[in-house]
Design a protein around this ligand. Structure first.
Ligand SMILES: *[C@@H]1O[C@H](CO)[C@@H](O)[C@H](O)[C@H]1NC(C)=O
Ligand SMILES: *[C@@H]1O[C@H](CO)[C@@H](O)[C@H](O)[C@H]1NC(C)=O
Ligand SMILES: *[C@@H]1O[C@H](CO)[C@@H](O)[C@H](O)[C@H]1NC(C)=O
Ligand SMILES: *[C@@H]1O[C@H](CO)[C@@H](O)[C@H](O)[C@H]1NC(C)=O
Length: 470
């Protein structure tokens, strides 16, 4: 998902001079790590929530659809996408510390991208970052000159290719692996669909709670649009945090999202210890599906695809065309799990039969179309006359036998005092445009109070329902 500039810009060179980071690293120090680290994982809190419950929900719907468009069409220019909010790239954030002495910043945890980056200059230019509550002068920054261990990533360092998603680095001035090359790895420009960020790559020590990881490649962003804070890419490619740490697995339990501001955190567990291949108690697994590698769609190979086999509503199988459940040779279709999406996204061909089943099977509640059109979720039912709401059960059936019966609060959301709405979004886009990219994106609303495990070593995704994550 990273694209390099064709040439090094002059302003960047000036900046490098100001930085006074003189050393360039062209070697790749190796690290051996054998422990488990736990990092607090917290909700990204809306600074200023819209006042009424309907606009809050409608905001989350817009956000989830924007996110889906970004994942489905990763290379489109920011100006052509739907409006975006401050928190579109992740509902969860983690603190990470870089440098010597360590500087700690918050990062949005994103399984849908790969590069880890932070804003790194007082002159950080952030366009359209004036979200409610955000202070343009107060971006959390990493200051390279305050770290004694920082180096600029050299062009001949094989890690330079990670940032640019290529094995061939464009080092005109250097022979491959030459020791005296002074050319820096060319700047990166990353598109997030609705935003961008650009800068150049540094190498510094990542300081985890119980170990130091030298030689970590991290982006030093000089400018962004719509990306006020750093992002930690957790996707499947060499630049991502799990890859650079050589993790066997990472896991977390998603705190219940009550749309309330809360300071509660759970642990994000980074496991690089010895791997016995054993399953975690009580966890059901489904193998990760081989990612499509399609020219021009490199971003898809970063996503975590899983094999969703069927969806049942009230025990009845919903008819979904197979090509929507599994990625095709063109890289389109299939299901991904995404830490950065709130509500699950389903393309129309998947969503429509799901909607139909809920409507057919829900007796005794009337639909409230006004609320549906106000919020952008459907169906919505009026449950004002009921003490205990009863709706058809929704189950996800995965390849390998894992079955997830979602608790009601994971797929119906309260809208106002009297209505509940299915917390799944669709964009109504049909035809090739709507069908590009993943057809189903499992969002974190559906994973509340679930322990989720990305077992990279054994290529499987695990789920276990918990009473509570705390
Ligand atoms: C900010 O966003 C608006 C529309 O959302 C756009 O017209 C404008 O060009 C953007 N400004 C910058 C500096 O990117
Ligand atoms: C880069 O190299 C690795 C191993 O050397 C190989 O598996 C991979 O396919 C290469 N990628 C590209 C884009 O050539
Ligand atoms: C790099 O080293 C080689 C031989 O060791 C030398 O010929 C060359 O001039 C050096 N290049 C630079 C840029 O110093
Ligand atoms: C739900 O139905 C009740 C009457 O049964 C009505 O008073 C209320 O306004 C309805 N709510 C909505 C959102 O339509």
């Amino acid at each position: 998902m990273a694209f390099s500039f064709s040439s090094t810009s002059t302003s960047l060179l000036c900046f490098l001079f100001i930085l006074s980071v003189s050393s360039i690293t062209s070697s790749s120090p190796t690290t051996t790590t054998t422990t488990t680290s736990t990092i607090p994982l917290s909700h990204v809190h809306p600074h200023q929530s819209p006042p009424d419950p309907y606009s809050k929900l409608s905001h989350l719907v817009t956000q989830s659809i924007s996110r889906a468009h970004h994942l489905k069409h990763p290379q489109i220019a920011p100006s052509t996408t739907t409006p975006i909010s401050a928190h579109s790239y992740g509902a969860y954030s983690i603190p990470l510390s870089f440098g010597t002495p360590p500087q700690t910043l918050q990062f949005i945890m994103d399984t849908g991208s790969d590069v880890v980056w932070f804003p790194c200059t007082h002159r950080y230019q952030c366009n359209n970052c004036s979200f409610p509550g955000s202070d343009p002068s107060g971006f959390p920054l990493f200051i390279p000159k305050l770290s004694t261990s920082v180096k600029i990533l050299g062009c001949s360092n094989p890690k330079c290719g990670w940032i640019h998603n290529t094995n061939v680095t464009n080092c005109q001035d250097c022979k491959p692996n030459s020791k005296n090359c002074t050319q820096i790895c060319s700047p990166y420009l990353i598109f997030y669909g609705s935003g961008t960020t650009g800068g150049f790559a540094l190498v510094d020590t990542l300081d985890l709670p119980d170990k130091k990881v030298p030689g970590f490649v991290v982006g030093c962003s000089l400018f962004s649009s719509r990306q006020p804070a750093g992002i930690a890419g957790f996707g499947r490619s060499p630049a991502s945090l799990p890859s650079q740490l050589g993790l066997n697995k990472f896991s977390y339990c998603l705190l219940s999202r009550k749309f309330d501001d809360s300071t509660a955190t759970t642990g994000l567990i980074l496991d690089s210890g010895s791997d016995s291949g054993e399953k975690t108690a009580g966890v059901s697994y489904t193998p990760f599906v081989k990612n499509p590698i399609v020219a021009g769609k490199a971003a898809f190979s970063v996503y975590y695809y899983v094999g969703l086999r069927k969806i049942t509503i009230g025990g009845k199988k919903v008819k979904i065309p197979y090509e929507y459940l599994s990625p095709g040779l063109d890289g389109n279709g299939g299901t991904v799990v995404d830490s950065g999406s709130t509500f699950t996204y389903m393309s129309s061909k998947v969503f429509d039969p799901v909607l139909t089943q809920f409507v057919i099977q829900t007796k005794g509640y009337s639909r409230v179309l006004e609320i549906e059109s106000m919020i952008g979720l459907r169906p919505c039912f009026n449950v004002s006359d009921t003490q205990k709401v009863k709706l058809p059960e929704m189950m996800l059936h995965f390849k390998g036998g894992a079955e997830v019966a979602l608790p009601l609060e994971n797929y119906f959301v309260l809208a106002g005092d009297t209505a509940v709405c299915l917390a799944v979004v669709t964009d109504g886009v049909t035809g090739p445009a709507g069908e590009g990219g993943p057809a189903v994106i499992l969002g974190n609303f559906q994973m509340q109070n679930f322990y989720v495990e990305y077992d990279l070593k054994n290529e499987r995704f695990g789920l276990r329902q918990q009473d509570s994550c705390s």
